[in-house]
Write a protein that binds this ligand. Structure first.
Ligand SMILES: Nc1ncnc2c1ncn2[C@@H]1O[C@H](COP(=O)(O)OP(=O)(O)OP(=O)(O)O)[C@@H](O)[C@H]1O
Ligand SMILES: [Mg+2]
Length: 305
């Protein structure tokens, strides 16, 4: 069976000449699919093309076998989309926003629309603020409203562009659980540069850099590629800079004047006395992969904030 989303030789050049996507071939099937890449990698461009909001300048994308340019309306009916900047509708209340969007996506019957909205509010945990104005929501609630509006017409495909930005740790956890639940019976494509936010529910991921697909596989495959590339060493605080010449530091823990550094080994071997890390995290694997491509941890880690 063909994949739900298929991109073939996909390219996009913006007016002015920025190459945002450059020959991407990618198939996306059921479940939670992670789209990783640093700022400007091309993630949002890719998602906007899938959502029929932007036409590719090269190649094509199909959703459920339908070309996103030729079958725009049919593709739209299949999709729910949370844009990176979701924040319109500030003066409406939560329920009104959903009602209007549900109506726009073709749910004409008021009664069934009301039931659907109640169900969707409950599924994202917003039932208690249904009559609150959008501008009074917290950042996390606003994101969840974004998810609710993307879900209201029960789409088979959900496209979520950086849904976890600005969430506190508790909201992040909730969000991951919600995504895992929702991915049971639909395709979710979720972009992020906060790798940990993909969580264990993510079965497959793609890594984009400068508009090109660099990796496609499971999280554990990405972690496996980083084996022997992540190390840990404990040194006096004063020796950190020296150790830093042989490794790109990802994390530091201070204790009694000593610092334990964990990070990606630069070319060759790590600092003398460093031990290889066995329990490599997905984030470290991502940074190790990017370091192998000449992208530096500082630059990539900074994009997280
Ligand atoms: N409307 C636009 N006009 C011109 N250039 C654009 C436009 N939107 C994006 N770009 C450029 O295209 C490239 C890819 O941008 P895109 O927004 O797809 O990246 P991204 O991976 O989503 O980044 P981020 O993590 O910052 O959201 C960048 O170089 C960006 O500056
Ligand atoms: Mg983006």
């Amino acid at each position: 069976m063909a994949s739900m989303i298929v991109a073939e030789n996909l390219g996009h050049v913006y007016r002015g000449g920025t190459v945002a996507l450059d020959g991407v071939n990618l198939e996306i099937d059921a479940g939670l699919f992670g789209l990783l890449g640093s700022n400007g990698a091309g993630k949002s461009t890719f998602m906007r093309i899938i959502c029929t909001l932007l036409a590719p300048t090269r190649g094509r994308v199909t959703v459920d076998g339908m070309d996103v340019v030729e079958n725009r309306r049919a593709v739209r009916n299949l999709l729910g989309y949370l844009p990176q900047e979701f924040g319109a509708w500030r003066l409406q209340c939560v329920e009104e926003v959903l009602d209007t969007l549900a109506m726009l996506s073709g749910m004409k019957d008021g009664k069934s629309r009301g039931q659907r909205i109640a169900a969707v509010l409950a599924s994202v945990g917003l039932e208690k603020v249904a009559d609150r104005k959008v501008k009074q929501l917290s950042g996390g609630m606003l994101r969840r409203l974004g998810v609710a509006q993307a879900l209201v017409h029960e789409p088979r495909v959900l496209i979520m562009d950086e849904p976890t930005v600005g969430l506190d740790p508790e909201e992040r956890l909730r969000f991951r659980q919600l995504m895992t639940d929702l991915s049971r019976d639909r395709v979710i494509v979720l972009s992020t540069h906060i790798v940990a936010d993909l969580g264990s529910g993510c079965s497959d991921l793609a890594l984009i850099d400068h508009g090109k697909l660099q990796f496609r596989g499971s999280p554990s495959e990405l972690v496996a590629l980083a084996r022997n590339k992540v190390c840990e060493i404990t040194v006096p605080e004063t020796a950190e800079a020296e150790a830093g010449e042989r490794m790109e530091i990802v994390a530091r823990t201070f204790k009694n004047g000593l610092v334990t550094l964990r990070g990606v080994i630069k070319e060759g071997t790590g600092p003398a006395g460093a031990r290889l890390v066995e329990d490599i995290t997905l984030e470290e694997a991502y940074l190790a992969f990017m370091a192998g491509r000449g992208r530096h941890v500082e630059e990539l880690a900074m994009a997280d904030n």
